[in-house]
Design a protein around this ligand. Sequence first.
Ligand code: ADP
Length: 184
Amino acid sequence: MTLRLIILGRQGAGKGTQSIRISSRYGIPHISTGDMLRAAVVEGNELGIRAKAIMDAGDLVPDDLMMSIVTERLSADDAQGGFLLDGFPRTAAQATWLDTTLAPGGIDMALTIEVPDEVVIERMLARKRPDDTEDAIRRRLDLYEEQTKPLLSHYAERVATIDGHAAEDTVEGRVAEVIDAYLA
Ligand code: ADP
């Protein structure tokens, strides 16, 4: 059985940490579009050159570019048994595109990790990524509210909301509980 998951949640909600844990727990690849873009920037390839300024400003990389990156990644062998997509979809166009790409089934479940505002900002300022300046953080949080949060209603029938304001192990247990219930 395949397990095709996406994970939503604001920046600083602990998506990245939980994604790594869930991916190893269920043996599915963790596909983080942010990690892929950052790798392209470090490599200095054409994608990286295009994406760098956009990412530094906290803006969104154009949909068509994201779709082609994700198309390529999802066609790899290791993604055929399922995956955990982290950071994609982020816009309605990306979500609609993903539905079509995965038709007829679509994704199995959309996980969303929720944490209070003050925790998000505190966690984000504590990490040391080049795009974690205060302006870029604010921009990313605004874009999340505006473009990504509405995806929760797009996936209304398959969303699992997880309270992320707890220790990492506890949050992992909560995520595993909803996935196990789905698989049972
Ligand atoms: P965060 O969750 O902190 O925003 P990510 O690692 O998911 O960080 O993404 C970092 C940056 O990469 C985003 O701010 C954006 O510029 C770009 N990016 C990642 N995924 C997407 C996407 N699906 N669509 C558009 N831009 C994206």
